[in-house]
Design a protein around this ligand. Sequence first.
Ligand SMILES: Cc1cc2nc3c(=O)[nH]c(=O)nc-3n(C[C@H](O)[C@H](O)[C@H](O)COP(=O)(O)OP(=O)(O)OC[C@H]3O[C@@H](n4cnc5c(N)ncnc54)[C@H](O)[C@@H]3O)c2cc1C
Length: 277
Amino acid sequence: MKPAPFEYHRAASVEDAISLLVALGDEAKIVAGGQSLVPMMSFRLARPEHLIDITGVPGLDEVSLDGRDLTLGALATHQRVLESETIRRSRGHRIIATTMRHVGHLPIRARGTVGGSIAHADGSAEWPLLAVLLGGSIVAQGPGGEREIAAEDFFFGLYTSALEPQEVLTRVVLPGASGATGFAEYGLRHGDFALASAGVVLPSPEGRGARAVVSGAAPAPARLPAVEQALSREDLTEEDLRAATSADLDTLETEDDYQRDLVTTMVTRAVQEARGR
Ligand SMILES: Cc1cc2nc3c(=O)[nH]c(=O)nc-3n(C[C@H](O)[C@H](O)[C@H](O)COP(=O)(O)OP(=O)(O)OC[C@H]3O[C@@H](n4cnc5c(N)ncnc54)[C@H](O)[C@@H]3O)c2cc1C
């Protein structure tokens, strides 16, 4: 199917995009890589009357490291991140490159953007999980100026987030992990969206606590507090880890047994990967 007719606008700056969003109202949508929005339009699941293309806006594709903080501009593509030497060399951010290999296929990674993925807030996508796992923050600019939102407070549920309709997501800031990291995901075929995935950061020698985040257990990426606590124990067995995951899944009300098994296996694999490093 082809998308319903729409009017195309090319924004010259973030301010220009915001003015267009304000002027055109609810029927306008930002388009970046188009890898989620355009298929939805083709299936007539989305029918925006106006598309505001931000791909020509200068300065929105930075990839830069300042101390522990990695800043990714909204227009940085998945592939650019995957190939970035800056990211590969930063021990605390290496998990990002590992994770990017699971995102779709090369043509999708070459066009799809970090900002697009986070704004789209698909509960099974890799970027939302990474942003929550690393304790990142999301920067959005709207008619009232700029604001920074903790990733943990950003994702409300499937395709819903704290981003306001008149805001442009401009960048994401991701602190590097202090402890060893691991990531595991399961999809039906390579490049498919994950049915379940898990990321963990082990406690660091400097005393930072563990973090564990999963997708596939709830409509948005979810932290696992019982697993995080369990990871501080050196004598932790696989059985203990499974019990802690089960307790977290009870809290998240993950009822489907198949989904519970998948998520539990992904947590176990992510922890094994982190411990093996
Ligand atoms: C076959 C296929 C397989 C895929 N597999 C995966 C996968 O395994 N994992 C995965 O994570 N993704 C996958 N994707 C999705 C892909 O990663 C998309 O690139 C990404 O989800 C959206 O990024 P985009 O730049 O293409 O956004 P777009 O499609 O342009 O936009 C998506 C949404 O975000 C909004 N938006 C975009 N940028 C901004 C911004 N800066 N500010 C405000 N709003 C904005 C748009 O208005 C729209 O609502 C797949 C896509 C396809 C077609």
